[in-house]
Design a protein around this ligand. Structure first.
Ligand SMILES: [Fe+2]
Length: 288
């Protein structure tokens, strides 16, 4: 790594190994280094105590990002809102019908209930949407990949996997109605995993790293178009979430009303709150 200002070069441990124009390198010329690993197609950086870095804690839900059965393309979206608003948004896809009307929106999405399962560290939200006219994004995907006619009805599945602290895989897809897609027989359909590693920058700003891994139209020439399509969809989320954050900031005392669609969000927030509290207890204990 080379400093973009005076050109000093540092090795992976943070030690300076080159200073342009001088042979002598002061031993104090160091920068902080972080445990880093490439896994599932992404670079993972551990900003905490180095000895506690554990590559096994990188979620397996991200496997499709770098797997031969899938083709992945993605991007990064910067949002001026707290990271948990993005996590909330991905755990409740009813918003697709209102915010993503021209791509993922479909009235059928809001007409079928969700089921929420999981354990003390995970949440899984499932919604199965049978026999309906597919949303524009899925209609185009089915047509391009399976050569299906425009008027074919489909079954659609949405299985959202949440893992600490804000890692989410959206296992989504459609298949022609009645061909088994809702029972897990998805060979007649098209499937994608939208993978999301939501990383807070500050309390009110967030780096949102995402990809779409697809098992259809897998030729690399389609990558750009898929990434652009998803980026445009997430820009719609960005506009909504930044507006939501601004309203919440203006009305900090306003009470929040939970609706049925929030069940996954509430479970995930409970898990995060429990872990944060446990970490703070450990830290306070260490400080005493
Ligand atoms: Fe969205």
């Amino acid at each position: 790594m080379r400093c973009g200002y005076h050109g000093l070069r540092f090795d992976a441990a943070g030690k300076c190994v080159e200073i342009p124009g001088q042979a002598n390198i002061p031993p104090r010329a160091r920068v902080r280094s972080y445990p880093t690993i490439i896994k599932h197609g992404w670079v993972w950086v551990w900003p905490g105590d180095a000895e506690r870095a554990n590559p096994a804690s990188i979620p397996e839900i991200f496997v499709p990002n770098d797997h031969p059965d899938w083709r992945s393309a993605g991007g990064t979206t910067y949002l001026e809102c707290p990271y948990q608003l993005i996590s909330d948004n991905l755990l409740d896809l009813t918003h697709e019908n209102y915010i993503h009307r021209s791509s993922l929106g479909n009235q059928a999405v809001v007409e079928y209930p969700i089921t929420v399962t999981g354990d003390e560290n995970r949440v899984v939200v499932t919604r199965l949407i049978p026999d309906h006219d597919p949303a524009p994004f899925w209609k185009a995907a089915l047509k391009a990949a399976k050569n299906l006619k425009e008027d074919v009805n489909c079954d659609r599945w949405q299985v959202i996997h949440f893992e600490l602290p804000a890692n989410l895989a959206l296992e989504v897809g459609v298949a022609p109605a009645g061909t088994g897609g809702l029972r897990g027989e998805r060979s007649r359909g098209v499937e994608a995993h939208n993978l999301n590693a939501i990383t807070p920058e500050t309390e009110e700003t967030t780096w949102y790293f995402w990809t779409l891994a697809r098992n259809f139209s897998r030729e690399p020439k389609h990558d750009k178009a898929f990434a652009a399509r998803v980026a445009a969809i997430f820009d719609e989320d960005k506009a909504a979430l930044e507006a939501v954050h601004a309203v919440m900031k203006r009305n900090p005392k306003r009470s929040v009303i939970d609706i049925n669609a929030d069940a996954g969000t509430i479970s995930a927030r409970r898990i995060v709150a429990r872990i944060v509290e446990a970490e703070q207890t450990v830290r306070m204990g260490a400080a005493e």
